[in-house]
Design a protein around this ligand. Structure first.
Ligand SMILES: Nc1ncnc2c1ncn2[C@@H]1O[C@H](COP(=O)(O)OP(=O)(O)OP(=O)(O)O)[C@@H](O)[C@H]1O
Length: 295
């Protein structure tokens, strides 16, 4: 549903986006992750035809975004929650969008309620909205035309924990009904709970991408050796580098069984041995983005 092929964007000497490729499939949520300045917004803007790429191409529903007829009925986009006209009310904002898309404005009150904006909020001008309320209105706007695809830039910004939880449910439901979601974030924890796939970007380049569970599985193993000094011999034998934590554990980029066998052969006692899971994925994300983001 979304295909990004070798997209690049240069601003002068700076490579804001450098040869980025990925796809997003129906029925899935893809988390587009990277630190500030990694190139997420620029990539999303190129997908939506708002920034011309220096090289490469992107298609949504099989065609470049700009060639979609009545795009709001095919692709819901939320790139900047503060982009709405500040002098209009929430209801006016959605009613105008409905008319532009050729939809009945009767759907507006329901759609506002669905994103948690009640009748009072609907009557208030957008300039009086909090950032979280703007995000909710932006989501209602993006979903108004019942599109098959959602492209959202940092949609959790400004939402409180309850709001983030609510948004995850909304996006999960959308994907479970066959929709395609691409959402960006600079926080792994924010997208980890909802994403099926992760695309990690740093310094404009893709650092890693794949199925979230596969990435979780590949995130390494947490080991607590009885004697950390002795464990160095095991790391050498495995030819890997461990990352030590202050709690006495070591994150090792190898399978638990491989580590257990090497430790047994070396006569090293292990007090703990477990897949790193989400914590390891976070460690990997921070490691990848801290090196990849400093080019
Ligand atoms: N219009 C522009 N002119 C010049 N440089 C730009 C422009 N837009 C983006 N950049 C630069 O491109 C790089 C990538 O920016 P981008 O906004 O895509 O990152 P991001 O991952 O979305 O970051 P954030 O999480 O902070 O929004 C940054 O170094 C930014 O300064």
């Amino acid at each position: 549903m979304i295909a990004v092929e070798n997209l690049s964007k240069r601003y002068g000497d700076q490579r804001a986006v450098d040869d980025v490729s990925f796809t997003c499939e129906p029925g899935t949520v893809t988390g587009f992750l990277g630190p500030n300045g990694a190139g997420k917004s620029t990539t999303l803007r190129m997908i939506c035809g708002l920034t011309p790429p220096t090289a490469g191409a992107a298609t949504v529903c099989g065609v470049p975004y700009r060639r979609l007829g009545n795009p709001g009925r095919r692709v819901g986009v939320l790139l900047d929650a503060s982009a709405q006209h500040a002098g209009r009310t929430g209801r006016e904002t959605l009613a105008l969008a409905a008319m532009t898309m050729g939809l009945d404005t009767a759907r507006v009150p329901d759609r506002l309620a669905k994103v948690g904006l009640d009748a009072t909020a609907a009557r208030r001008r957008v300039r009086a909205y909090s950032l979280g309320m703007r995000q909710r209105l932006g989501l209602a706007y993006a979903m108004l035309g019942d599109p098959a695809v959602l492209i959202l830039d940092e949609p959790a910004n400004g939402l409180d924990p309850e709001g983030i939880y609510w948004m995850r449910g909304l996006l999960r439901e959308f994907a479970d009904r066959g929709g395609t979601v691409l959402l960006s974030s600079h926080l792994l924890r924010e997208v980890e709970a909802v994403a099926d796939r992760l695309v990690v970007i740093g310094g404009g380049r893709i650092l890693t991408q794949g199925d979230k569970n596969a990435l979780l599985g590949a995130a390494g193993t947490v080991v607590r050796p009885a004697d950390p000094e002795d464990f160095d011999a095991v790391l050498q034998k495995l030819d890997v580098t461990g990352t030590r934590s202050s709690d006495g554990t070591i994150l090792v980029p190898a399978e638990p069984e491989v580590i257990a066998r090497a430790a047994a052969a070396a006569g090293v006692v292990l007090l703990e041995l477990r897949p790193a899971g989400a914590g390891g994925l976070e460690e990997m994300f921070l490691r990848l983005t801290s090196t990849g983001g400093n080019r």
